[in-house]
Ligand binder design. Structure first.
Ligand code: FMN
Length: 438
């Protein structure tokens, strides 16, 4: 049986699946039920001076039949008092000593205020602290959240204040609303952060009411930008995790659109030790973790990994600069005439949106022996095909269009190597250089 437990900054968690700070981790009642369901840890809904929230807080984007592929919120931090939240953290730790409870904190940017909240959070028995430098709305206008996370000097300074008194490891939660998130991770590390978590939510407006012109979600006809998350943000979050992992040597807790074990494994392969989930738990409830645990367990077993920790950063060396990619690698599209339903989407996409390498045969093709109607099957002009994948991406039939590797017989030649070769042989044509000529 593979070992699903992880070590995060010296804290052992039964598995890498943590609830992210948000509505699902707002109370002891919820966190205890989440732990009973199988979650290994929970980052408490951010604790600070309690605030007043608006009614109408969430807006979302649907995609055809799939609801809430992107979620936007204008909710702020916990609206419950610091005392109540910390007392409940203590209760949870008492009942679940082996589970990981992380206190998420956000207070005014004053040294004494940070010292005070850190001491109180640690007294509650929280295993780790997460500094919320990320909320993009409301709190940032009050000089907290993203207002700190967008200025490296502030992030370093506040992390230093926290580290002056903290006895437990400190995670800095980063905002994605910056030009280069790796730069902010460097700033956090400089301040003494033991780990970083990313991403918090993205600045967004999910829509506008066409009748009354109010952005969604609207509060009495007015709206404000909010934080975007859920499945729609996963690719951007994955890139950010990968970028931090390649730049800074620091443990990462990955967040952003994780909804199943596959998403979680991708985040781990790109450098996350733990993964955090908010939107998927809000959408489908705590029991999604059962599939996550079973899926991770099977995957580790199948791939021969003894421990979940073995996955961390396994894909990082495969993420390379564009300039190192092999320009002589060639693939072309192959269309399975039996599977093709003759919708011609590949032809239209290639003709109008790509490289004009597919033609539709005048003669209907097909094989009545397979019970397939005769129809016009698109044909790939292999010599013209640039291997862009667009036809395979738009094709509605699984495995009907596949990309096949063509052996060009040429050596590996990256753009960087090509530049070198050009310097040495300025009279050679690009084609000769690609073919490996001197
Ligand atoms: C309604 C809502 C409230 C949130 N509140 C907090 C919060 O109090 N503190 C915090 O650090 N992040 C908060 N988040 C951000 C999440 O922790 C997480 O970083 C983000 O939603 C991305 O993860 P996801 O795609 O799994 O939702 C909140 C997210 C949502 C949707």
């Amino acid at each position: 049986m593979p070992d699903l437990s992880i070590d995060f900054c010296g804290v052992r968690s039964p598995n890498p699946f943590w609830l992210a700070s948000g509505p699902p981790s707002n109370t002891a009642y919820q966190v205890m039920r989440a732990f009973d369901a199988g979650w290994g840890g929970a980052v408490w809904k951010t604790i600070g001076e309690p605030i007043i929230n608006t009614a109408s807080r969430y807006g979302s984007i649907d995609l055809k039949n799939e609801r809430m592929i992107g979620l936007n919120n204008i909710e702020l931090i916990s609206d419950r008092s610091v005392e109540v939240n910390l007392r409940e953290i203590a209760e949870v730790k008492k009942r679940f000593p082996k589970h990981t409870v992380i206190a998420s904190l956000m207070v005014e940017s004053k040294q004494a205020t940070w010292h005070d909240i850190v001491r109180r959070a640690e007294d509650s028995g929280a295993d780790l602290l997460e500094l919320n430098f990320g909320c993009p709305h409301g709190m940032s206008e009050r000089g907290m959240g993203a207002a700190v996370g967008q200025v490296p000097e502030y992030a370093t300074m506040i992390t230093q204040w926290v580290k002056e008194v903290a006895r437990t490891p400190v995670i800095v939660k980063l905002t994605p609303n910056v030009t280069d998130i790796a730069h902010m991770a460097v700033a956090a590390k400089k301040g003494g952060a033991d780990a970083v978590s990313l991403v918090n939510t993205f600045n967004s407006i999910v829509g506008v009411d066409l009748d009354n012109f109010a952005p969604r979600p609207a509060v009495a006809g007015r709206g404000s930008h909010g934080g975007y998350c859920g499945p729609a943000v996963k690719p951007v979050a994955l890139h950010m995790v990968s970028s931090v992992a390649k730049t800074v040597d620091i443990p990462i807790s990955g967040i952003g659109g994780i909804g199943n074990w596959r998403d979680a494994v991708e985040f781990m392969l790109l450098g996350s030790t733990s993964v955090q989930v908010c939107t998927a738990a809000m959408h489908y409830g705590f029991r999604i973790v059962e599939d996550m645990i079973a899926g991770l367990d099977n995957y580790l077993e199948e791939k021969g990994f003894a421990s979940a920790m073995d996955l961390v950063g396994k894909a990082t060396p495969h993420v390379d600069d564009w300039g190192n990619l092999d320009l002589n690698y060639k693939i072309v599209a192959k269309i399975d005439a039996v599977k093709c339903i003759g919708c011609n989407l590949c032809y239209i996409a290639c003709e109008d949106g790509a490289h004009q390498c597919i033609r539709v045969d005048e003669r209907p093709q097909g094989d009545l022996r397979h019970g397939v109607n005769l129809r016009h099957v698109p044909v790939v002009l292999e010599d013209e095909c640039v291997g862009c994948n667009l036809c395979a991406l738009v094709c509605p039939v699984p495995d009907c269009i596949t990309m096949a590797e063509i052996d060009t017989g040429r050596p590996h030649m990256s753009w960087k190597q090509l530049q070198e070769a050009r310097g040495k042989s300025p009279n050679c044509s690009m084609e000769e250089l690609l073919a490996g000529g001197k």
